[in-house]
Write a protein that binds this ligand. Structure first.
Ligand code: ZN
Length: 436
């Protein structure tokens, strides 16, 4: 025992003497990478810079400057024939879901696939998102897969599987009987797509429980059953009482978590705004008065046009008209100061079929200038996540999250559906630029 202590002391002395003499075991120079960008989208100013060198150390960007010789011993990544932009951010995904056009599509995933199996597909979907250029996602509930999003996030963060950096919602909330699975015999005990939550105290407890198990955000379903009224406005049935919704938001904010509300009809959006949520998801039925309210409160709108348009033909009913209604709302919002941030609802679509970057094309088709569309998925999305100081731009001090495309996405926004290069936190996950 004493010998052991003496040995330890001797080792300590040798070690510290070495350190004092400048022989620290950590003297190796940090690994430096220089990305040479032919064109660089500066999403902060909206300018396109040419011939830039981005110097990266570890997981961070240390400098961005025009041309010049790369520092000695740096690894050079030549993207001089491409357009480089910050890693993209999707604020509304479901990595635990694989297509949700019909109730049957949804129900069979919850009834026939185990949560471990769904988590394996979730990891695959996360990899697809990353390879599509999305280096960060906010995953907006597991659809019955409990807290498996926390596990996918953990496996990615630990470097076990490739995927975007994640903020997760876990289970989401709706009152009893107001979210699938529904319509089965009362004799069966079935899983539910969300956590059923009732009453003010129940709401507070559910928030605490979800935060305890790893929720970065709280999400609740503000409405359901969408219909067009004689006033031409898209209405809906509101799920929670005002007291319940306010309790969810208050408790989440008290625990330093933001709140996203699924709100499609005008009644659901109005209720979510009364409760004080941070983001409105979908928002098809936004009216002028509701946009006024959002501007006043600074509430963010995440439109998720892509999946709305994808599921509409298969769902029929009001869904097709809802896409058209959302387009009109989007065009009105563009003329105002409503904060729009990028979200797709990927997972409502099959991850293997539809690239999330398709959402950009809708924004552009609806009249948003391409640079502004890219800003919704970079600088503005980072702000929504509370990561404005870490992500969303290519600047010193930020995470080295960088993507590149062959053409000019400002001239043709569809370029973003063909990302050739992906780096997340200084690690290259995809490089198809050499094949050009
Ligand atoms: Zn969704």
């Amino acid at each position: 025992m004493i010998c052991k202590q003496i040995c330890r002391l001797m080792f300590f002395l040798l070690f510290t003497t070495g350190w004092l003499l400048g022989q620290s075991p950590t003297t190796a120079a940090p690994h430096r990478v220089v990305v040479r960008a032919g064109h660089l989208l500066d999403v902060k100013t909206g300018n396109i810079l040419t011939g830039q060198s981005i110097v990266i150390e570890g997981d961070k960007i240390v400098s961005v400057s025009p041309g010049g010789a790369p520092p000695a011993e740096a690894e050079v990544i030549d993207l001089s024939k491409t357009t480089v932009l910050p890693g993209l951010i999707d604020l509304h995904t479901h990595v635990l879901l694989n297509g949700d056009i019909t109730a049957e599509d949804y129900d069979k995933q919850l009834l026939k696939d185990s949560i471990p199996y769904r988590a394996i597909l979730g990891a695959r979907n996360a990899r697809i998102a990353l390879e599509n250029g999305f280096t960060t996602i906010r995953d907006l509930e597991t659809e019955g897969a409990m807290y498996a999003d926390v596990d996918v996030k953990k496996a990615i963060a630990n470097g076990e599987v490739p995927g975007p950096r994640m903020q997760v919602v876990t289970r989401a909330m709706a009152p009893t009987g107001m979210y699938p699975l529904l319509g089965y015999s009362w004799e069966l005990k079935l899983p539910t797509g969300v956590q059923y939550v009732d009453g003010v105290e129940g709401a507070r407890k559910a928030v605490r429980e979800q935060v305890m198990y790893g929720a970065d955000w709280i999400k609740y379903y503000s409405d359901r059953a969408y219909y067009f009224g004689s006033d031409g406005v898209l209405h809906s049935m509101v799920n929670f009482t005002d007291d319940e919704a306010k309790a969810i938001v208050e408790e989440a904010h008290r625990l330093n978590r933001k709140v996203a509300a699924h709100a499609i009809g005008s009644d659901g959006i109005a209720a979510a705004l009364r409760a004080g949520v941070d983001s409105i998801e979908h928002g098809d039925g936004l009216t002028d008065a509701l946009m006024d309210e959002m501007e006043k409160k600074g509430t963010v709108w995440v439109p998720t046009v892509m999946v709305g348009a994808y599921v509409a033909p298969g769902r029929g009913g009001n869904w097709v008209k809802m896409v058209e209604t959302e387009k009109i709302a989007f065009q009105k919002a563009l003329k105002r100061h409503v904060k729009i941030a990028f979200g797709t609802d990927a997972g409502g679509s099959d991850w293997r079929e539809l690239n999330e970057a398709r959402e950009f094309q809708y924004y552009a088709d609806y009249g948003m200038p391409p640079m502004q569309a890219i800003q919704t998925a970079t600088i503005h999305a980072a702000e929504v996540l509370g990561w404005a100081d870490r992500a969303g731009t290519i600047e010193p001090g930020k995470w080295a999250d960088i993507v590149a495309v062959s053409g000019d996405p400002i001239k043709d926004i569809k370029e973003l559906q063909h990302v050739k290069f992906v780096m997340k936190a200084g690690v290259v996950y995809k490089n198809e630029t050499a094949a050009r």
